[in-house]
Design a protein around this ligand. Sequence first.
Ligand SMILES: NC(=O)c1ccc[n+]([C@@H]2O[C@H](COP(=O)([O-])OP(=O)(O)OC[C@H]3O[C@@H](n4cnc5c(N)ncnc54)[C@H](O)[C@@H]3O)[C@@H](O)[C@H]2O)c1
Length: 252
Amino acid sequence: MQNKVAVVTGGASGIGRAVAEKLNELGCKVVIADFNPETGNAAAEAIGATFIQADLSDAEQCRSLIEQTAKLHGSVDILVNNAGFQHISPIEDFPVDQWNKLLAVMLTAPFLLMRYSWPMMKQNRWGRVINIASVHAMVASPFKAGYISAKHGVIGLTKTAALEGGEFGITVNAICPAYVRTPLVENQIADQARTRGIKEDQVVTDVMLKNAAIKKLIEPEEVANLVAFLASDLASSITGSSMTIDSGWTAQ
Ligand SMILES: NC(=O)c1ccc[n+]([C@@H]2O[C@H](COP(=O)([O-])OP(=O)(O)OC[C@H]3O[C@@H](n4cnc5c(N)ncnc54)[C@H](O)[C@@H]3O)[C@@H](O)[C@H]2O)c1
């Protein structure tokens, strides 16, 4: 993967940061794209990557991110669509603006970034798109209508793009983790406790790990290792797949 150009969205924190670090270790030229300039710049500096600020809910900023990367490094070889957030609310109270934003960041942005990177990957006859979906791309839980709808959508996008990319050496896959120890998870413990009327420590044991055969939160590095494998030539025949890292959640 020496000198491959990798764009990692949401690379300032959590899973994205671990992915950026891993791809950098493997010799990629990594661009961290995030809307948070403080954490984005700090992560890029610590890792030795480049930071480009982008709010991926904005279509124009998605286009500009790919253009800036191509100008800087000449191409986009690996695209990791990872940026995301969560909103917890029953459907009857679900804010429409949150619904629109969840779909914009976690479904439309992956489509746009892929659309703008595609001609370069096609020309190079090599490309990797890895969409960080979720176990919630396969099964549902209450109070997460926007998140779960966006994540299910990204599986359809993954399969369609995989079919179109095959003849050009472009693979497109999704990774579906259960609960990973990141700020996104830590921040939703209080929200879940309030919405469900339970204590915060019960959220981890009774909600987050309820369906897991292995009763522990997953570490971001475990997801980063699978990204690295899917981005490598070892995975050149794997495309259109949705791989779980879910501690056995969907085995039942
Ligand atoms: N943590 C988990 O348990 C878990 C499980 C399954 C899937 N995921 C998915 O993994 C991905 C990363 O999650 P995480 O847990 O590392 O979260 P995180 O909150 O630690 O990191 C998410 C990053 O995305 C960035 N981001 C959010 N909205 C953005 C926008 N509009 N434009 C640009 N950047 C934006 C944030 O600034 C942040 O740096 C998400 O897509 C999430 O749905 C996480």
